[in-house]
Design a binder for this molecule. Sequence first.
Ligand code: TYD
Length: 219
Amino acid sequence: MEEARQVDATRRGRFITLEGPDGAGKTTQAHLVAAILRAHGKEVVTTREPGGTAVGNRLRQVLLDPETPVQPTTETLLMFAARAEHVARVIEPALAAGRWVVCDRFTDSTFAYQGDGRGIAKGDIEALAAFTHAGCWPDLTLCLDVPPATSAERMHERTLDGFEREDGDFHRRVREGFAKRAAKEARIVVIDGSRALDMVSRAVRNTVEAFIRRSEATR
Ligand code: TYD
């Protein structure tokens, strides 16, 4: 068993991201994805954005603090600054060493939140993505979709960060933004996150296991 878990450093790992509006249940499903991959003998690195590095976590504090609101342009640049560190120090080295990376949010969130949510031009986000992580895009993205009413209900109990305090209209635009990304990118699989947890988990498991089979077939 131990042997099966050894990192296959001769080939690049795979990059899997979880996306979706706030309160979609990504974090629970990210743990499940990592557990499925480990059960298939993959060495897994789990991480999240904004964050994942020392500098990234400091930027995360600034970005999520309702007391320090910033301009949409600043917000976008800080997201990519955190991402540049994360890709260079964590994601790329792990993939190059044959590890699989499971990341809670990545650039699709920037398109949805800063693009559709805040009105930053998509072309600018594309240019920043190319500057920051050209050649390092997720191989599979699970996008958990929930209507704003469900997110609001699930967030009711939490202390809300700056994004979560935005109004319903902002959250509707963000959800729409994810739907547009999914229509454009074949790697994005939309999963209805409004159902009971075991049904969402089953859909996530099926998607991840099918992806593992596909990636083993192309070895
Ligand atoms: P997250 O850690 O998923 O929040 P939570 O665990 O509370 O669901 O993400 C933090 C917030 O950052 C989230 O509201 C979305 C926002 N965000 C952006 O606006 N743009 C981005 O590029 C990323 C990665 C996150």
